[in-house]
Design a protein around this ligand. Structure first.
Ligand code: GLN
Length: 239
């Protein structure tokens, strides 16, 4: 534990990792009945990618967010967010930091996990267009195509209806995003695209304690997907 943190999410981009929960509330589009400080301890895999934005979104919906870069930190959390970034890099770093096997184990043991974009790729059991030797943590019985939306629509935004998210469509940002090409038994499809160039693609799924989206809800200021994840964590803790 360290003390004397400045108020804005220290240690998320670089520097030593602190086990101290971050308590700064961020902006929230989804007020929660719970005050921050008594929510579940949610790690954000902090190897690469948009770690800080996920931490803010989690804090905004009442969770306590901590960066995870070491096995001891991974053992300590109730749940984990796998952020967007570059899945090939996250894969290599997870193996180098000795997180890969432990993360597979924790997912298999039922730890709730939410992956966005590259995080969806990392949770998939099967990939199309992976680089040679690329590995995932797995757990989600889906086939995911990397960089699926292709050149025309490499980055775009769309309003999506997401099952389990109340209060109207979610503004979803897609950045060189994957889509889910096949889902296994027990995987629930939560959202599909409507964009004419790539309509009806599966971009949000849930299976047991795992949640994954092709898009980045953490960068649009709408925290309802994170609120859904926190509800899943609470429900898992009560079982
Ligand atoms: N294309 C990236 C990958 O394969 C994912 C992009 C993202 O996370 N925004 O990892």
């Amino acid at each position: 534990m360290s003390s004397g943190h400045p108020p804005i999410l220290p240690g998320w981009d670089h520097g030593p990792v602190s086990a101290a929960p971050v308590t700064t509330p961020g902006p929230s589009a989804a007020p929660t009945a719970r005050s921050s400080g008594d929510g579940p301890l949610v790690g954000v895999l902090a190897l690469q990618g948009d770690v800080r934005e996920h931490a803010r979104a989690l804090e905004a919906v009442g969770a306590r967010a901590v960066p995870v870069r070491r096995p001891s930190e991974l053992r300590a959390v109730d749940a984990l967010v796998l952020p967007g970034g570059e899945s090939t890099t996250i894969d290599k770093l997870a193996r180098r930091f000795e997180l890969h096997d432990l993360l597979r184990e924790r997912i298999a043991d039922g730890m709730p996990a939410y992956g966005s974009c590259a995080g969806l790729i990392m949770l998939a059991d099967r990939l199309v267009d992976a680089i040679p030797g690329q590995q995932t943590f797995g757990g989600l019985d889906v086939l995911v195509r990397r960089n699926a939306f292709g050149r025309q629509v490499e980055s775009f935004e769309e309003d999506l209806d997401v099952d389990g998210v109340e209060g109207g469509p979610v503004r979803a940002a897609f950045i060189r995003a994957p889509w889910v090409e096949q889902v296994g038994d027990g995987v629930e499809v939560l959202a599909r695209t409507r964009t004419a160039a790539a309509a009806d693609r599966v971009v949000a799924v849930r299976s047991g304690n795992l949640l994954a989206t092709s898009f980045h809800p953490e960068i649009t200021g709408d925290h309802r997907v994170h609120a859904l994840f926190v509800r899943m964590i609470d429900a898992a803790a009560q079982r």
